[in-house]
Structures are given as C-alpha cells and as structure tokens.
Design a protein around this ligand. Structure first.
Ligand code: 5GP
Length: 191
C-alpha cells in the first residue's frame, strides 16, 4: 500500500530492538485519512470472503479494526489485555507475549461477543513474531468461529510471524512488508 509506505518513510522512527515507531499517525496520534484508507484496502483485499466480525487487540489495533469493520458493515470486538473490573461475564482467554513490552498478557474477550459459526477477520497494527495474532485466532476458535484471514498494517518480514501463521493454515495479508530496519533505515519487501 503506497500511501502507508510513504507515511512510514516520512514519519517512522526506528528504535533499538527492531521496533518501528509510527506514533504520529497510528500508535498514539491517529491520522483518520490514512487509517480509513487502510480499512478500505483491507476490505478490498478480502472482498472475496464473507466476513461477519472483525477481531483486534487493544490498544493500537482498535482504530484500524474499527474502520475495517465500518467499511464491512459488521461489528468489531477487541481483546482486552487486563481483565476489567466490570468484565463480570464469562470470557475466553489466551496468553499473548508482547514483543514490545516483553511481558505475557492474558488476552480476554467476553463470550457474549463471539458466536459459533462466525467468519472472523483478525486485524492488528503490526505482525512480528505472531503471538498477538495466534492468541486472537485461538480465542475465535474457542468460540467456534472461523478465522478467514489476518490483516496487519505493517508486517516485519524479518521476523517469523507470517511463517507461523501460514503454517497454521491462516491467510495473512499485510498492507506493507518490511524487509529490514537495519541502521535506522526502513527497507520494504518489493511487491
Ligand atoms: P507479535 O505478537 O506478532 O510478536 O507482535 C505484534 C504486536 O506487538 C502488535 O500488536 C504490536 O502492538 C506490537 N509490535 C510488534 N512490533 C512492533 C513495532 O515494531 N512497532 C510497534 N509500534 N509495535 C510493534
């Protein structure tokens, strides 16, 4: 997705540990125009599939998950990293290791927001080692749903997330693939 590549080149910062910071348009300040364009592009890519729900993870998946769900005309539900005090309902839980924070979070989604037989699209901001996406797939499947695909804004293709997800049988569709963040420079995988 050319627009997203240009935003990353213009505004992205490479941090130690192969972290790409794009907090000026996605991870803290959110640029609606870019985010809506991402949602539209995800819908275009998955236009061959019936999607009943979008599932993402707080916090940074919510904006892109919301615009995707809006474009599809379906509901979006996000996994919570910490169980809220008001979350008294039964929940599905999966453990997700956070690449950026280096801690394991118990991700939960209330059972009442997922239904058996639903076709679910997983959406997130980044794909690195695949832990977040695998955790969300696990939760959808506990509920008896079918994961029809996984889309992320940015895949760090030098990490093994996509390989793990593809091996597990999932369709993975990133909007951009990064080949390297070496020496502070962002290099994309050529389309
Ligand atoms: P994974 O679970 O695939 O290892 O990592 C994906 C999750 O970690 C995403 O939900 C994202 O929030 C975070 N993440 C991984 N790599 C990066 C990165 O380079 N930059 C940012 N901002 N977040 C990242």
């Amino acid at each position: 997705m050319e627009l997203l590549k240009q935003k990353i080149i213009a505004e992205g910062e490479v941090l130690p540990g192969d972290i790409l910071k794009i907090d000026s348009f996605l991870n803290q300040q959110i640029d609606p125009e870019t985010t809506y364009a991402m949602g539209k592009e995800i819908c275009r890519i998955f236009s061959d599939v019936k999607i009943d729900k979008v599932v993402t993870i707080e916090a940074s998946g919510i904006a892109i998950g919301l615009v995707t769900a809006h474009e599809l005309g379906v509901k979006m539900v996000f996994g919570r990293k910490n169980k809220s005090n008001v979350m008294v309902d039964d929940v599905y839980v999966a453990d997700v290791y956070s690449y950026t924070k280096q801690v394991t979070n118990h991700i939960s989604i209330s059972k009442k927001f997922l239904e058996a037989g639903e076709n679910v699209l997983i959406v997130d901001d980044f794909l690195a080692n695949g832990s977040a996406a695998l955790g969300l797939c696990n939760i959808v499947e506990q509920a008896g749903g079918k994961v029809v695909g996984i889309s992320v804004a940015v895949e760090k293709a030098f990490q093994d997330g996509e390989a793990k997800l593809v091996e597990a049988g999932y369709r993975v569709e990133p909007l951009v693939r990064i080949k390297s963040l070496k020496d502070g420079k962002v290099t994309f995988v050529e389309d």
